[in-house]
Design a protein around this ligand. Structure first.
Ligand SMILES: CC(C)(COP(=O)(O)OP(=O)(O)OC[C@H]1O[C@@H](n2cnc3c(N)ncnc32)[C@H](O)[C@@H]1OP(=O)(O)O)[C@@H](O)C(=O)NCCC(=O)NCCS
Length: 161
């Protein structure tokens, strides 16, 4: 598996699992039900953000995006988002993307990485981020309307670089 900067043409492979992940209603606050062209700018952002793909041969199996979490004087802390194709989860793609993002953000000079909205019931993500050195620095109660559980908390998670 290789992780490289995303190209425009990768979106046709990302979009199906992006849409499936968002529409599942368990992990993201992104708007549901968007078509391929409507959703594209929400994930394939331009500079200063960067989108990458994890590829197995020609197949895109996961993706991440990273960049300044806030503009102006808040730009010293990075933010990032991750998605792995459901048919490839549990085989190390998410961990490899997480490690890649940490290294890229360190080399780009960010002082830390903040995840603004990690669903507290998202056990896979919370365990993965903790194992990569992130800690929960607060939880906004009942901030995410989970499709199965109803309102659950959103963690703010942080890792110093
Ligand atoms: C969260 C996500 C990115 C993890 O990617 P992944 O490729 O499945 O994860 P990996 O196989 O690299 O597993 C890494 C760790 O995650 C945790 N994990 C993965 N799947 C898990 C599961 N089903 N239950 C509990 N923990 C799990 C484990 O701690 C695992 O550690 P290990 O490497 O010691 O086994 C992926 O599940 C995903 O895309 N989920 C939907 C979108 C999402 O939640 N994005 C993150 C929002 S903050």
């Amino acid at each position: 598996m290789e992780i490289r900067t995303a190209r425009d043409e990768d979106w046709s492979q990302i979009y199906p699992f992006y849409a499936r992940t968002v529409d599942e209603g368990r992990t993201y606050t992104l708007p549901e039900g968007l078509g391929m062209e409507e959703a594209r700018p929400l994930w394939m952002e331009g500079p200063p953000w960067r989108t990458v793909v994890a590829v197995d041969g020609d197949r895109v199996v996961g993706t991440a995006k990273m960049g300044p979490s806030l503009p102006g004087r808040g730009a010293g802390i990075a933010g990032a988002s991750f998605m792995v194709d459901p048919t490839h989860r549990g085989s190390g793609v998410g961990r490899a993307l997480g490690e890649h993002v940490i290294e890229w953000c360190r080399e780009a000079g960010f002082r830390g990485i903040r995840f603004n909205a990690v669903v507290e019931a998202n056990e896979a993500a919370v365990r993965l981020w903790k194992s990569l050195g992130f800690e929960v620095i607060g939880t906004v109660p009942e901030a995410f309307d989970h499709v199965d559980l109803g309102p659950v908390g959103l963690h703010v998670m942080y890792r110093r670089l």
